[in-house]
Design a protein around this ligand. Structure first.
Ligand code: KIV
Length: 259
């Protein structure tokens, strides 16, 4: 099967085929997701939270994103690989975003970048797409702006959302992540654009869904707060701690080398 391209992802919306997207940060994880038939692998700046153990995505650097994206892109034979433009490259304006986006595509061989923001990032998205760098938009809750917006809240501003998604579509994005929206608002937004919407905490009516790899699989330390919208499909924490405790018991008791 050929690798998924932005036009193919757009055609999924026309065909009524839901888009499956997950974050990925390393070679084995990406390989498993690619083999499982995930459509889009996102090297999200959420790596700051789930890989680096930080409290926000803001400290993640361009070099760190490139380091992870190279592994993911090398693993993906079918999935489209999108990579977050980390803070503050979406915010610095078209020239800086273009420089960062070009580095990402050139050094990682990923397929696209993701840009957080709406109408305020239209010029940046247009500059990237004009240069042949496919862009996935990201509207609704924007984790890179939480210092300004005051936290991870449900987004209710209807007018602003519609201005944003329209601007992002017109600027040439091939899809839009919609984060933390009332399901009915996400439904209306999905109907208002011809490119696919991919929801996270935005209800069932978007054209696809995205989740963070670690949240989906329960690959999270004890007492880590998982967002309310997350549906967890496995409990890797228990599996890993159980296996490691078994190994430790075997080593300590001398059983490790016995059959
Ligand atoms: O960084 C990320 O993982 C994201 C997704 C949660 C959409 O932006």
């Amino acid at each position: 099967m050929a690798k998924l391209s932005p036009p193919k992802i757009i055609s999924y919306k026309k065909d009524g085929r839901k888009i499956v997207m997950l974050t990925a940060y390393d070679y084995p994880g990406a390989k498993l997701l690619d083999e499982a038939g995930v459509d889009i692998l996102l090297v999200g700046d959420s790596l700051g939270n789930v890989v680096q153990g930080k409290s926000t995505t803001l400290p993640v650097t361009l070099d760190e994103v490139i380091y992870h994206a190279e592994m993911v892109a090398r693993a993906a034979t079918q999935a489209l690989v999108a990579v977050d433009l980390p803070f503050p490259y979406c915010q610095l304006g078209p020239q800086e975003a273009l420089r960062a986006g070009a580095r990402i595509l050139k050094e990682t061989l990923a397929d696209a970048v993701k840009v957080e923001g709406g109408a305020n990032r239209a010029a940046t998205i247009a500059a990237l797409t004009d240069a042949g760098i496919p862009v996935l938009g990201h509207c609704g809750l924007r984790p890179q702006e939480i210092r300004q917006t005051g936290g991870y809240h449900l987004q209710r501003e209807r007018e602003l959302l519609f201005q944003d998604i329209t601007a992002v579509e017109q600027a040439g994005a091939f899809g839009i992540v919609l984060e933390c929206l009332e399901p009915e608002l996400a439904k209306e937004a999905t109907q208002a654009v011809s490119i696919p919407t991919i929801g996270i905490g935005a209800g069932p009516h978007t054209d696809g869904q995205v989740l963070v790899f670690h949240d989906l699989l329960g690959y999270i330390p004890n007492r880590t707060k998982v967002p309310k919208h997350v549906k967890q499909y496995a409990d890797l924490r228990s599996i890993i701690t159980g296996a490691v405790q078994q190994y430790a018991d075997d080593v300590r008791s001398g059983m490790y080398f016995k059959e």
